[in-house]
Design a protein around this ligand. Structure first.
Ligand SMILES: [Zn+2]
Length: 218
């Protein structure tokens, strides 16, 4: 799942208006930020297996540290505590932790039964990725709903806040649609674009969000 995670990041702006969208995205996507790093250093494994699901060619052989439920709870608490320490925003701790853990729930929806509860424990997955139309419906509906909440909770302060944000919202869908069925030719061909994407998404969402303000009426 990709834009479905971002949907929750967008929607969380409603409850934590002081938090940058970049931080909310990072929380919802933390598992997928850690994953390319762990693949690069070799503590988690992925295989390229075209056709393993209709939506993705990746076979997630082992990813207990980035994607098990128990580790995500730990990462979530750590992320929330760190955020609170850095910003003094006490109310945000639970929201950040919930966003990090939500990644597991949403990934269970789309993945094959490869999502571990804890390292070496039983794995779950409902396999939505076996159907491209079903994946698109679920994820794009989630995305539209998240975007709607964000747009209602904030307003543009200037043209960057309007057009930089609209461009970001469209760009994410384009990248998502372009990724369908893509089969990278090498393992670095997976984690290098993934990490570059994280940097781009962080900078762009921080920039666009800075030029928007919480709506007073909400
Ligand atoms: Zn994931």
């Amino acid at each position: 799942m990709f834009v479905g995670h971002l949907a929750l990041g967008f929607a969380a702006k409603r409850v934590t208006p002081r938090a940058s969208l970049a931080v909310l995205f990072a929380a919802a996507q933390l598992a997928d930020i850690l994953w390319p790093v762990f693949i690069a250093v070799g503590i988690e494994q992925v295989r390229i297996a075209p056709g393993i699901t209709a939506f993705t060619a990746l076979d997630f052989v082992s990813y207990p540290y980035s994607h098990s439920l128990v580790f995500l709870i730990g990462w979530g608490v750590a992320f929330g505590v760190l955020y609170r320490q850095l910003t003094g925003d006490r109310a945000a701790l639970a929201v950040m932790a919930a966003l990090v853990v939500s990644h597991w729930v949403l990934d269970v929806l789309t993945h094959r039964p490869d999502m571990p509860v804890y390292p070496g424990g039983s794995t779950f997955g409902l396999g939505l990725w076996n159907s491209i139309p079903a994946t698109l419906i679920v994820e794009l509906v989630l995305y539209a709903a998240g975007l709607w909440v964000y747009v209602r909770a904030t307003e543009a302060r200037d043209r960057i806040g309007r057009w930089g944000f609209i461009a970001l919202a469209i760009f994410l869908v384009v990248v998502y649609l372009a990724s369908i069925g893509a089969a990278p030719s090498s393992i670095p061909g997976i984690y290098i674009p993934a990490l570059a994407g994280v940097i781009l998404l962080t900078v762009w969402s921080w920039w666009a969000d800075r030029h928007r303000a919480p709506r007073r009426s909400v």
